[in-house]
Design a protein around this ligand. Structure first.
Ligand code: HC0
Ligand code: SF4
Length: 561
């Protein structure tokens, strides 16, 4: 086989696309800002420089491996060059680290420390660019941008959106939406993935922590929470657990200490969604209308269809997402039962997602001006609140979710990973197909399967990452493919890969988190959402029949181009 020598160590290589991958395989790390194995190679940050015996200095990310290379990664010359590059970046960077949202996770800060930068020898640039605060989900501060282009490539290559790009040249270069517009004025779907790859504080998730503290400290408010499926398998990463490890019980306990009166499970609402969505699907199959049915629980995907494929709006399931079904129930059924007025009830969602912040603000999800979901915190925001409150997470005694919205079947759990919503719908339609939907599991870009329903064959396609959704919709428009049900999640891996999850949000983490949710599913006796006793009880006591008049009023919605 082919091999090269890295820092004196011989390493074989085969399919590695560049030297950087071989170096990492050899057990050495190199600093990078602009390299992501899932994005195209840009080679601009110049941090991954290495020295080859004959070729001299080269960028490891953009050089293909070659048999016989003898490479050093940490010579004096390289150290000097890297430090210089870093200092130049720092000179142009707003260095108000203590008040920066990215403080704990900033790669620039981390590298400045590990490389021992004590002073920046170059003058600071004097221009201050305006901060873009227009989005409900992310804040863009160009003064902290180091022009690595990660966000640009993420938005274009993975999400197929392409609303942010490089503009101007030389010292005036910036990353910005076209024509210097702000994010609200362009077709951004607020998926947040640009912020998830940003190495600095140039793109960060918009925090609602202060709003939630205020409500928690307000004696007139009763504050309750719902926790999304994907949060439980990522939350523990901040407290020494591995991606995919279950943190549910301790998370509930921590939230009680934070002051939430009750903590409920969005997985319960996901079961409810699967019930409604499957009834809707059966109706559409009978009438032959609006097929294929598109899942609609991912708000970035819904926004994407509204903006880019308005002709397909009626294909979206009219079901509200589990987040909004929960919100609607909280402000009606729950409020009435507890004798709390909807204004005094403060509903907080804990989500892996940034687009959920936007969804919760959509005017259709409010009654008489009172929002159904009052605030949305990302997984990372709750991690920060737990740390700020001085709660020693590791030592907590596990607590269960509260009832009546605290019980879920396996279907509710797998909603949080790509393929899960379709699998839940199949379980609700045809329980005999249970556990026969392996084709829809896993993190492949595109998945499909066919299941028998009576004597009819139902074709299902599953994609995640909006670029993959775009490709599928284009094929659908050209009538090259035909499906009855299409599931789309905007983020790769589904919600487990949401932009609100802890870093790194890479392939390995996503795989482990996904396995974690299937493990939850495996260890619960009930997997058919139709059999959820708490859901059944709710229909009996309050909603009437699945897909009935009251269920429609509270649990369904309409979309707007
Ligand atoms: Fe998801 Fe959801 S599963 S979108 O992927 O459907 O964010 O985790 O909470 O609402 O349940 C996110 C995750 C949710 C919703 C649910 C759905
Ligand atoms: Fe692009 Fe998503 Fe970032 Fe908007 S939030 S700029 S759509 S990556």
């Amino acid at each position: 086989g082919k091999s090269m020598i890295i820092n004196g160590k011989r390493v074989e290589f085969d399919k590695e696309k560049n030297i950087l991958e071989v170096i990492r395989k050899a057990g050495f790390d190199l600093p990078t800002f602009c390299y992501h194995s899932e994005l195209s190679i840009y080679g601009a940050c110049r941090m991954c420089l290495v020295e080859e015996e004959k070729q001299g200095i080269m960028a490891a990310c953009s050089t293909p491996p070659r048999d016989g290379y003898v490479i050093k990664t940490n010579t004096e010359k390289l150290r000097r060059q890297r430090k210089m590059t870093l200092e130049l970046l720092l000179a142009n960077h707003d260095r108000e680290c203590t008040t920066c949202e990215k403080n704990g996770d900033c790669r620039l800060r981390e590298l400045a420390y590990s490389m021992g930068i004590k002073e920046v020898r170059f003058g600071k640039r004097d221009r201050r660019l305006p901060i873009d605060n227009s989005s409900d989900a992310i804040i863009r501060d160009p003064n902290k941008c180091i022009l690595c282009g990660d966000c640009v490539r993420m938005c274009e290559e993975v999400q197929g959106i392409g609303v942010i790009a490089f503009a101007y040249r030389g010292s005036k270069a910036v990353v910005t939406p076209a024509f210097n517009k702000n994010l609200k004025e362009v077709d951004c779907v607020e998926c947040g993935q640009c912020a998830a790859v940003c190495p600095t504080g140039a793109l960060v998730v918009k925090s609602e922590i202060d709003t939630v503290w205020k409500a928690l400290n307000d004696p007139a408010k009763r504050v309750i929470a719902q926790v999304a499926p994907a949060v439980r398998v990522a939350f523990g990463e901040a407290f020494g657990l591995k991606p995919g490890d279950r943190a549910t019980g301790k998370l509930v306990a921590a939230m009680k200490y934070l002051g939430f009166s009750e903590v409920y499970d969005t997985c319960f609402a996901a079961d409810l969604t699967a019930v409604e969505e499957s009834r809707e699907f059966i109706k559409r199959l009978e009438n032959g209308e609006n097929l294929p049915q598109f899942t609609s629980c991912c708000p970035a995907w819904v926004r994407y269809v509204e903006l880019n494929f308005p002709g397909y709006i009626n294909n979206l399931s009219s079901c509200r997402s589990p987040q909004q079904m929960f919100g609607a129930l909280a402000k009606s059924y729950y409020a009435e039962n507890k004798g709390v007025s909807p204004e005094d009830l403060f509903v907080v969602s804990i989500m892996p997602c940034t687009a959920k912040k936007t969804e919760a603000r959509r005017p259709e999800f409010a009654t008489d001006g009172v929002r159904h979901v009052d605030a949305v915190l990302s997984t990372q925001e709750v991690i920060r609140m737990v740390k700020e409150a001085g709660i020693v997470f590791e030592d907590l005694e596990e607590e269960p979710f509260d009832m009546p919205f605290g019980f879920a079947t396996g279907s509710g759990f797998i909603f949080g990973t790509t393929g899960g919503v379709s699998e839940a719908v199949i379980r609700a339609i045809d329980p005999l197909n249970n556990r026969k939907v392996e084709d829809l599991r896993g993190l492949a870009d595109f998945k499909e399967t066919a299941v028998k329903l009576g004597n009819r064959e139902i074709r299902i396609a599953v994609v995640h990452g909006l670029k993959n959704a775009k490709d599928l919709l284009e094929k659908l428009s050209r009538k090259e493919v035909q499906y009855d049900l299409i599931e789309v999640m905007a983020c790769r891996g589904g919600c487990i890969g949401g932009a609100g999850q802890p870093y790194p949000n890479d392939t390995d983490s996503r795989e482990a988190r996904s396995r974690g949710l299937y493990r939850e599913d495996k260890y619960i006796q009930l997997i058919n959402p139709m059999e959820n006793p708490a859901v059944k009880n709710l229909y009996e006591k309050w909603l009437g029949h699945p897909s009935g008049t009251k269920a429609h009023k509270l649990l369904h919605t309409e979309y707007h181009p």
